[in-house]
Design a protein around this ligand. Structure first.
Ligand code: SF4
Ligand code: SF4
Ligand code: SF4
Length: 252
C-alpha cells in the first residue's frame, strides 16, 4: 500500500508544536512506516508543490496576506488538520484581539510599526480562513493524541473523537489531589479534556490550553477562583484568557 503523503505548515505561532513532535520519539518514528513526510520545516529542508493527502497546519490566521497560502494548501490537500491552540482557537496570539492594534504594534515594533511586512489583524483560528477537517487542541499538542489521530486518519476514520467533558474528570480518574485542596487555583472545571490532566498531576494548575468545554460556566469559575483560589477579582476574571481569548463569552 502506498504511504500517505503528509506535510506540516506553520503560520503565526512559535512552532513549538512542530518542535514537540521532533521529541515524540519511537511512536512517531513508527508512524513513518505508514506516512511519508513531504514538507516539515523543523525537520527537513525539502518542500513540495505536489498533491498532499494530509496537511497539518500550525499557527493562527493573523494577517490577510496568509489567506492565499492557506487556500492553496486547502486546494491541494485531501484532508486539513489544524493542530495546536494557535491554529484551533487563535491561542495565545488572540490575546492581542482585546487591545487596540496601533497600541500593541507600537509596543512591539516601535517606529517600524507601519512597515508593510509587519501587517497584522485579529488572530483567528485557521477555520476562519479555510475548511478544516479535524482539530487537535493543546499548547503544545499531546503526543498520544497526535499519534491516535494520525493512526485513525491513515485507517480512513471519518470522525476523530475529542472529549467534551472537563479536565477535572480525567484529573479525578488519575486520583490527583485537587489544586484547590492545596490552596492553589485551577481552570480544570471549564477546560476541555483529552490531555489526561498532566498539569495538576505535576502540581501545576490547568490553564485550559486545550480550550473551553462547550458550555463553560465562566461566572461560577470566576467565583471559585476568588473564593477558593484566593485570586483578586481582576485576576480571576482574566485568568482563563491566556489560551481562550477567542472563546470567552465576551470575545468579539
Ligand atoms: S499551540 Fe503553543 S506550542 Fe503550539 S505553536 Fe502555538 S504557542 Fe507554540
Ligand atoms: S486540580 Fe484542577 S482539574 Fe483537578 S480536580 Fe482540581 S480543579 Fe479539577
Ligand atoms: S491539564 Fe490543562 S493546561 Fe495542562 S495540558 Fe491539559 S488542558 Fe492543557
Amino acid at each position: 500500500m502506498a504511504k500517505v503523503k503528509v506535510a506540516w505548515f506553520d503560520f503565526c505561532c512559535c512552532e513549538g508544536c512542530q518542535i514537540e513532535m521532533t521529541n515524540f520519539g519511537e511512536p512517531f518514528l513508527k508512524l513513518l512506516d505508514h506516512v511519508e513526510p513531504v514538507e516539515f520545516r523543523e525537520a527537513m529542508s525539502e518542500k513540495t508543490t505536489e498533491r498532499i493527502n494530509v496537511s497539518f497546519i500550525e499557527g493562527s490566521f493573523s494577517r490577510e496576506a496568509d489567506r492565499k497560502r492557506l487556500e492553496e494548501i486547502r486546494e491541494r490537500s485531501d484532508l486539513v488538520v489544524a493542530y495546536g491552540a494557535c491554529a484551533v482557537t487563535g491561542g495565545v496570539n488572540a490575546l492581542k484581539n482585546r487591545f487596540d492594534m496601533d497600541d500593541y504594534k507600537e509596543c512591539v515594533y516601535g517606529a517600524d510599526k507601519d512597515m508593510p511586512h509587519l501587517d497584522t489583524q485579529e488572530a483567528k483560528p485557521v477555520s476562519a480562513a479555510i475548511k478544516v477537517d479535524y482539530e487537535i487542541p493543546g499548547c503544545p499538542i499531546s503526543r498520544d493524541e497526535f499519534i491516535r489521530v494520525v493512526t485513525q486518519l491513515v485507517h480512513g476514520t471519518t470522525k476523530v473523537y475529542t472529549p467534551s467533558y472537563p479536565v477535572c474528570v480525567e484529573c479525578k480518574l488519575r486520583e490527583t489531589v485537587c489544586r484547590y485542596a492545596d490552596g492553589d487555583h485551577c481552570l480544570g472545571p471549564i477546560a476541555k479534556a483529552g490531555c489526561g490532566a498532566p498539569c495538576p498531576a505535576d502540581g501545576i494548575p490547568c490553564e485550559a490550553c486545550r480550550g473551553l468545554v462547550d458550555e463553560p460556566n465562566e461566572e461560577s469559575m470566576v467565583k471559585v477562583l476568588q473564593e477558593r483560589g484566593g485570586l483578586p477579582e481582576r485576576w480571576a476574571k482574566e485568568k482563563s484568557m491566556m489560551f481562550t481569548a477567542n472563546q470567552r463569552g465576551d470575545a468579539k
